[in-house]
Design a protein around this ligand. Structure first.
Ligand SMILES: [Fe+2]
Ligand SMILES: [Fe+2]
Length: 247
């Protein structure tokens, strides 16, 4: 998905072995054998801990924009899911803010963190979008657990498969869903849940560029590039650019 590679900046830490120690948030409790001590013991003139561009990943442009993260960083299921969700909303003629919220609702799953992804995603995009869009992204997560027959949104069958049919959402999810239900922007977030459907069988290739105009109108791309600017969420975008940084 990542385009041609016109980037000529050199890789950092040249000529050395660059060791990777993955972020604990992704491996705690999985049984993965923690090896930080061993990695640190190997450090020397030719062995360092990785910082900066990882040659195993597609290279990000010098000034990354929103769609560069889709093309160069997001995993396959997430990119397909977000593009499909956004396109369905677009095809149904929904308000552009709703289309953008659909396009971005699982952005955290793409390359940052999965737990509480709606909350993380909302914080990531908050400096760049209308407050209502970030709000809808945050609250799509709790609202997903509760049906609303008036808009044709049932409890997702996928959640029965993911979590087991007897799964009960925790208290904070219930509290936040209740808050969202009584909010003036409820329907914006509810529509995100309605278009939050997995089309695993769909092999239609959606060109991310179909969203360029809507992004241009509703997403404030920083001049320095996402992650290289200075907002309350720049560090989250930087973490996606350099997910293997040791510190
Ligand atoms: Fe989600
Ligand atoms: Fe989703």
């Amino acid at each position: 998905m990542c385009g041609p590679d016109p980037i000529d900046r050199p890789y950092p830490q040249a000529g050395r072995e660059r060791q990777i120690f993955p972020s604990p948030v992704g491996w705690k409790g999985t049984g993965w054998q923690e090896n930080e001590k061993e990695l640190l013991a190997r450090l020397g003139p030719d062995v360092v801990m990785m910082m900066g561009d990882n040659p195993a990943l597609p290279r990000m442009p010098d000034r990354p924009k929103l769609l560069d993260f889709f093309r160069c960083r997001f995993n396959d299921i997430t990119i397909r899911h977000l593009l499909t969700s956004g396109k369905k909303a677009l095809d149904d003629g929904l308000d552009e803010k709703v289309v953008l919220a659909c396009l971005l609702h699982d952005i955290s799953n793409g390359c940052l963190v999965r737990p509480d992804h709606g909350y993380w995603g909302a914080q990531m995009i908050a400096p760049y979008v209308d407050e209502e869009v970030a709000w809808a992204v945050k609250y799509h997560q709790p609202l997903r657990y509760f049906a609303d027959e008036t808009v044709g949104y049932p409890y997702p069958t996928s959640y029965d498969a993911f979590f087991g049919p007897d799964y009960q959402a925790p208290e904070y999810i219930r509290r936040d869903a209740e808050h969202a239900r009584n909010h003036r922007w409820y329907m914006t977030s509810r529509l995100v849940t309605k278009y939050d459907i997995y089309f695993f069988d769909m092999d239609e290739q959606i060109d991310p560029e179909i969203f360029t105009d809507i992004i241009g109108r509703h997403f404030r791309e920083p001049e320095e590039g996402l992650g290289l600017d200075d907002t309350p969420s720049s560090h989250m975008w930087r973490t996606m650019i350099w997910p293997n940084n040791f510190l």
